[in-house]
Design a protein around this ligand. Structure first.
Ligand SMILES: [Zn+2]
Ligand SMILES: [Zn+2]
Length: 341
C-alpha cells in the first residue's frame, strides 16, 4: 500500500495542477511559478550499500527502489561517493527512474555522531572536523555547498548528538530529517529531549526556513524479519518538479516543494499564504486526521480524507500533518506568513 505507481502519480499531478491554478487566480502571490505541467516524484535521499556499512550491493539496492516504484534514489554511503555512471546505464529510465549522486558526510565531535548528507555533490566531500558540535556541522555543510551539493542534516537525536540550539545556530541548510527509518535514532525524543517534529517547529517559530524530510537510512535489505534492522521503505519524500533530473529535484527540495511521508500518499496538495488544501489517497478502511500547525502549536484538526485550511489571520508559518489510523504520517511543508521569506 505504500507504493506509488506511475499512473497514480500523474493523476495526482493533474489534481494538484488545478489547485495551484485556482490559488494563482486569486493573485495572492504573483511570483508563484506556473507549475501546471510539473510532476510528482517519489524518492529516498538516504540509503547505504556495501560501499560502507550496508548489506547489499549498489545494484541490489538500486533495483529494490526501482522495483518498488520510487522515481529517484540517492545512495549515501559514509564518506564514500558511489559512482552512479554504470548504475544509471543499467537502471535509469527517462522520467521514470533516476539516480542522484550522494554521500553521507560522517563526522563526530566529542564522540557525538554528526552526519550530513550531501545530495548531488560534484565530488567526494571529506569530513572537515571542528571545534564544537555546531562548528563541525557548519564546516561540513559548507564543504557540501562548495561541492555544489545540497546538505540535509541527519537524525539529530542519534546519539543525542545535535540539540535544537545547534540547529538554530547552523546556517546554509534548508533540509532536516524529521523522520529517519533507522530503528535507533530517537525520532520521537524522550528523557527531556524534544522529538524532531517539535525541533522543527522551534526552528520555524524562530523564523528559520527549514523543510522536513523523511528518509529510510536503510542498511539491510536481506533481513526483513529483523525488527532491529534498518530496512528500506520506511520514509520518503514526494517532490514536485518540472522534470526528473537532479538539478530540478534539488531546486524543488530547497524550495520546500514536496511532502514527506511514512506511508500516507496525497492526491492533492496545494498551499499558499491564503490556505493549505490536502486530499489523502484513501487505502482500504484506513481513516485520517489532518492537523494544522502554526507558530502557536496545533490549532485545528479535521477528519480526512481531505481538508482546506484557510490561513487568514495566522502568523509565522503554517503546515499540515496527516496521521492515519494505522500510524503512518505525511507532512506538508510550511507556508511562511507575515511576508517572511
Ligand atoms: Zn547517519
Ligand atoms: Zn545513514
Amino acid at each position: 500500500m505504500r507504493h506509488m505507481r506511475r499512473g497514480r502519480v500523474l493523476a495526482a499531478v493533474a489534481a494538484v495542477g488545478c489547485g495551484v491554478l485556482a490559488l494563482r487566480a486569486a493573485a495572492v502571490q504573483p511570483d508563484v511559478p506556473d507549475r501546471s505541467g510539473w510532476h510528482w516524484y517519489k524518492g529516498n535521499t538516504h540509503t547505504h550499500t556495501i560501499e560502507s556499512d550496508g548489506d547489499s550491493t549498489p545494484e541490489e539496492v538500486t533495483r529494490w527502489y526501482r522495483d518498488q516504484g520510487y522515481q529517484f534514489l540517492v545512495l549515501s554511503d559514509h564518506n564514500v561517493l558511489v559512482s552512479i555512471d554504470a548504475l544509471s546505464r543499467t537502471f535509469a529510465i527517462p522520467e521514470r527512474f533516476l539516480l542522484v549522486p550522494g554521500e553521507e558526510v560522517t563526522d563526530s565531535f566529542d564522540a557525538k555522531p554528526l552526519h550530513i548528507n550531501g545530495l548531488n555533490v560534484t565530488r567526494l566531500v571529506e569530513p572537515r572536523h571542528g571545534t564544537s558540535v555546531r562548528d563541525t556541522l557548519q564546516r561540513n555543510v559548507d564543504a557540501i555547498r562548495e561541492a555544489r551539493g545540497v546538505p540535509h542534516v541527519n537524525h539529530p537525536n542519534f546519539g543525542w548528538a545535535i540539540t535544537p540550539d545547534d540547529l538554530a545556530g547552523l546556517e546554509r541548510y534548508r533540509l532536516l530529517e524529521i523522520f529517519n527509518g533507522h530503528p535507533f535514532v530517537n525520532n520521537l525524543g524522550g528523557g527531556g529531549a524534544p522529538g524532531l517534529e517539535d525541533v522543527w517547529d522551534g526552528l520555524l517559530r524562530a523564523g528559520r526556513r527549514v523543510y522536513g524530510i523523511a528518509v529510510d537510512d536503510a542498511h539491510y535489505f536481506k533481513r526483513p524479519w529483523d525488527p532491529k534492522a534498518p530496512k528500506p521503505g520506511q520514509g520518503w519524500v514526494v517532490v514536485r518538479a518540472p522534470r526528473l533530473d537532479p538539478a530540478a529535484l534539488m531546486a524543488s527540495l530547497e524550495a520546500g516543494d514536496f511532502y514527506a511521508s511514512t506511508g500516507v500518499e496525497l492526491d492533492d496538495y496545494a498551499a499558499d499564504a491564503t490556505g493549505i488544501r490536502v486530499r489523502v489517497r484513501v487505502t482500504g478502511q484506513t481513516r485520517y486526521r489532518l492537523t494544522l500547525i502554526d507558530a502557536t502549536g496545533e490549532v485545528r484538526t479535521a477528519d480526512g480524507p481531505e481538508a482546506h485550511f484557510t490561513l487568514t489571520g495566522r502568523r509565522g508559518f503554517a503546515r499540515v500533518r496527516v496521521q492515519d489510523s494505522n500510524g503512518a504520517r505525511a507532512w506538508t511543508q510550511p507556508v511562511f506568513l507575515d511576508g517572511r521569506p
